[in-house]
Design a protein around this ligand. Structure first.
Ligand code: PXP
Length: 259
């Protein structure tokens, strides 16, 4: 029987929504600051998420350090911290001790992570970073494009895990030839990684349509999915949210149980 693929839920955009209203607020005590990414993470876990992923970006545009610390104390599954391999972030991660880190490239101007990490160009530095995390009991994953050069580099630095960037595939989805080419690249990369005993995760741009094909990529351990799940929760939650507000306007009562 085929092994079940795990689901890591990326909750960054719960924080994006909060920051859209509450950027700069003092969030440290019991004020109404919503949505709370921790509550979103716990609800995701209750629904079956196998892990929670957050990306602490250099510009702190969504997840804040405080969110990461609170998540570390509350979630019951695994915490995967996406981060740029900068000295400050490495120190933060070693202090916070997530179960795993996913090293990603980061450019301030990008909307979301746009390309994979160029591991081949930074072998020495990333070997040392990976070794520090391994010593601290933290699993290192490298977010890379599905290229054999990057997989060889990941093997050379002793990374136990990669996350294949599925963005190019997702973007090509409605162009049959390009999609088939990108899908083959992902499959080949996953085979290459398996041949050198590297665990393969994948993420970026995976949604409720392309998932049926994505799960056919061989050797997948875990998928990290954020945007599409958050979008779906907005769509399916809007009815209840409007009904509750109408009830409060009418009767001043709460009609929904809290998670
Ligand atoms: N994996 C990595 C490394 C990412 O940077 C992102 C985007 O933040 C994701 C997975 C999730 O992508 P999406 O939000 O498109 O599902």
């Amino acid at each position: 029987m085929k092994k079940a693929i795990l689901l890591g839920v990326n909750i960054d955009h719960a924080a994006t929504l909060r920051q859209a209203r509450y950027r700069g607020y003092d969030m440290s005590c019991g004020k109404m600051v919503e949505p709370d990414p921790v509550a979103v993470a716990l609800a995701a876990e209750q629904a079956g998420a196998d892990g929670i992923t957050v990306h602490l970006r250099e510009d702190r545009r969504h997840i804040q350090e405080r969110d990461v610390l609170r998540l570390r104390e509350t979630i019951q599954t695994r915490m995967n911290l996406e981060m740029a391999p900068t000295p400050a972030m490495v120190e933060f991660a070693l202090k916070t001790k997530p179960d795993s880190v996913c090293l990603v490239p980061e450019r301030r101007e990008e909307v979301s992570t746009e390309g994979g990490l160029d591991v081949a160009a930074r072998i020495e530095e990333l070997r040392e970073t990976t070794a520090r995390f391994t010593e601290a009991g933290i699993v290192t994953s490298l977010f890379i494009d599905p290229d054999s050069k990057q997989i060889d580099a990941a093997a050379a630095i002793g990374a136990p895990c990669i996350e294949l960037h599925t963005g190019a595939y997702a973007n090509a989805y409605y162009d049959t030839a390009a999609r088939s080419r990108e899908f083959r690249r992902l499959c080949k990369a996953a085979e290459n990684a398996a041949n050198v005993a590297i665990t393969t995760n994948a993420g970026h741009g995976i949604n409720y349509v392309n998932i049926t094909e994505v799960v056919e990529i061989p050797h997948l351990h875990e998928l990290n999915i954020g945007h599409s799940i958050l979008c779906r929760s907005v769509l399916f939650g809007i009815g209840e949210a409007v009904r509750e507000m109408k009830a409060r306007m009418r009767d001043g009562i709460t009609i929904l149980p809290r998670p």
